[in-house]
Write a protein that binds this ligand. Sequence first.
Ligand SMILES: [Fe+2]
Length: 381
Amino acid sequence: MSKGKTIAPTHVEGRSSRQAHADLPAGTYERELGREGFFGPASQMYHSHPPTAWSAIDGPLLPRAFDANKIGAAHASPWDAQRILSNAHVNFSLWRLDGAMADLARSGDGDVLLFIHEGAGELYCDYGHLSIRDGDYVVLPRGTMWRIEAAGKMSVLLIEALDSAYQLPERGLVGAHAQFDPAVLDIPTIDDAFRAQQGDGDWRVAVKRRGEVSMVSYGFNPLDAVGWHGYLMPVRLNWRDIRPLMSPRYHLPPSAHTTFIAGRFVICTFVPKPMESDPGALRVPFFHNNDDYDEVLFYHGGNYFGRDHIGPGWLTFHPAGLTHGPHPKALAADPGNVDGKHDGIAVMLDTRDALDVAPLPDGVEWLDYVNSWKGYLETDG
Ligand SMILES: [Fe+2]
């Protein structure tokens, strides 16, 4: 049975809606001030001006945007991937692979999550063989030996859960088969392709522990299992198999789209879905100060709320402390757009601890992103 909750009405002060994210008082902009990433105490504030309509920000705290398409160098090892953001609990990198990995890889630092942004190929690991394609997540449990033979060029988000493991979120009221049925998770198999790559020869395993790589050499391919059983294994999930939760009358918070949970961070996936149809419901994300979390959004495909300048392969970083929310064009298009569609596909990383931006090649960061919310007064009519 689902756990109960005390009946406790919410305080309403001044001119306010009685329902969050719907029926906003005329001429107002809603901002949510919340804790614990949409799960904790929260209030909605009704402002006379868009909360992101700042005229300037002086200081180190800035919304930032990066064009990962400009990270060009390919690496035969995932451990040489371009780090973009990190903290003590997660490494978030963009990895380009051209052809086959030179060696096997293994992380002693924690689980590895791959998200295939572009390309396709074959993954071989301790557990067998798995074909992979764009839009796939692949969870590789800590300690798994693996390698990829890409069919040409592949670009991959590499999200390392340092000292933790990826799990699925509790589904609560909607049950275990909502969003995706666990039966759609693919696992590697010991098939002919797997057996064909076994045999003698010189093989090396690039083992990463505490951020340092050691090479372990063998005179045979150590992916030599003839069988296995158990319930620890890599899994593959493609975003096309995610059936997103939605309400026609209420814009659900990002937490409704949580795909994986790890130690002190979550991964959410935004996939195409219809617009909310209730005339009074918000259709764009509400402005929010979700100040217990730093937020990273990677744009995989589709058109994400009509953002100018930002397209597939870009990522944005919104550190805790700054309000974020829809850009002027998206906000202007919201009212009455009931027949539209949310057609963006994006991967979100929300971290409980502050992220550091790694040194990046020149031109990757779009330095004018902080000014991209200007223009509400021209477009909000
Ligand atoms: Fe956010």
